[in-house]
Design a protein around this ligand. Structure first.
Ligand code: NAI
Length: 331
């Protein structure tokens, strides 16, 4: 039998945490033959609720779950973890300035970076979910210089999956027959959901999505805004933000990163830009990637037309501005 892997979930007493921890304990993230030990971190006001989640995990008697640590101590939470899913953060409250929220999250991610750097397993893979996800990941990277930058990512897989879902509904095909949509840039409303290279499996072979949809106005208009604003639509309908889809997408992100993407398929991940596609280096930006042997690689050589170029640049500009705001909070 395999040795258990220690998986950290921060903000585990929250909404996404509640959906995510049972998925991990069932093997959705790391596979049905990989035992896990869950490390759950939250802050003292949520300690009692966190303990309740631990009680439920025990009660669910998951065969793969070999242990549960529920703690408000960052060092205890980070010790020995090979996977860290950072869901905890400070939410924007009514009347708060953007800078104030940024400042709270910068200080959280700065201190959690140090704890991970000092206490996590070597080669720990980090996924930041908490918003502003790209910029929180960038701060984490800055303050954990010994963690390779390749190991620090943020979640845009939910947006990617939303794009797959919209195309599958529009074409009335199975979502599993749609692939290679791309989310470029920030996990925010400036993200660019791009179907230029997306493909659908049909009875007569693989077909490009733009050819099958053959409605450029929809693809360049409503499709994009629906994906960009899906988070807000969920909040309006549920009076709570997306949780099960965020948790499921976080599992997809880690599973593909660790176990690899299928041949001919790429997925979207927020990763440290090396300047590919003329995106400024040094931002955490969502790119199309393939994964193999536990490493992601940005897909190279995709054509970018003028329409797409503007959208890639606009979301990069927002991230550059967010980065400056985050740095201004550090001083
Ligand atoms: P929530 O408010 O239900 O849970 C957040 C939890 O984090 C709370 O239990 C809170 O006590 C905890 N927390 C706060 N500060 C912490 C700290 N310093 N250390 C550890 N835990 C801490 O929020 P929810 O709905 O679970 O969302 C979590 C985050 O994920 C939010 O920032 C949200 O905006 C973001 N999100 C990101 C998505 C993405 O696709 N990247 C999708 C959906 C949500």
């Amino acid at each position: 039998a395999k040795d258990p892997v220690r998986v950290l979930v921060t903000g585990a007493a929250g909404q996404i945490g509640y959906a995510l921890v049972p998925m991990i304990a069932r093997g959705v993230m790391l596979g049905p033959d990989q035992p896990v030990i869950l490390h759950m971190l939250d802050i003292p006001p949520a300690a009692e609720a966190l303990n309740g989640v631990k009680m439920e995990l025990v009660d669910a008697a998951f065969p793969l779950l070999k242990g549960v640590i529920a703690t408000t101590d960052v060092v205890e939470a980070c010790t020995g973890v090979s996977i860290a899913v950072m869901v905890g953060g400070f939410p924007r409250k009514e009347g708060m300035e953007r800078k104030d929220v940024m400042s709270k999250n910068v200080s959280i991610y700065k201190s959690q970076a140090s704890a991970l750097e000092q206490h996590a397993a070597a080669n720990c893979k980090v996924l930041v979910v908490a918003n502003p996800a790209n910029t929180n990941a960038l701060i984490l990277k800055e303050y954990a210089p010994s963690i390779p930058e390749k190991n620090i990512t943020c979640l845009t897989r939910l947006d990617h999956n939303r794009a797959l879902g919209q195309i599958s509904e529009r074409l009335n095909v199975q979502v599993s027959d749609v692939k290679n949509v791309i989310i470029w840039g920030n996990h925010s409303s400036t993200q660019y959901p791009d179907v230029s290279h997306a493909i659908v499996k049909t009875e007569s072979g693989e077909k490009p999505v733009p050819e099958l949809v053959s409605d450029d106005a929809w693809l360049r208009g409503e499709f994009i805004t629906t994906v960009q604003q899906r988070g807000a639509a969920i909040i309006k309908a549920r009076k709570l933000s997306s949780a099960l889809s965020a948790a499921s997408s976080a599992c997809d992100h880690i599973r593909d990163w660790v176990l690899g993407t299928p041949e001919g398929t790429f997925v979207s991940m927020g990763v440290y830009s090396d300047g590919s596609y003329n995106v400024p280096a040094g931002l955490i930006y969502s790119f199309p990637v393939t994964c193999r042997d536990g490493q992601w690689t940005i897909v190279q050589g995709l054509s970018v037309d003028e329409f797409s170029r503007k959208k890639l640049d606009a979301t990069a500009a927002e991230l550059t501005e967010e980065k400056a705001l985050a740095y201004s909070c550090l001083t």
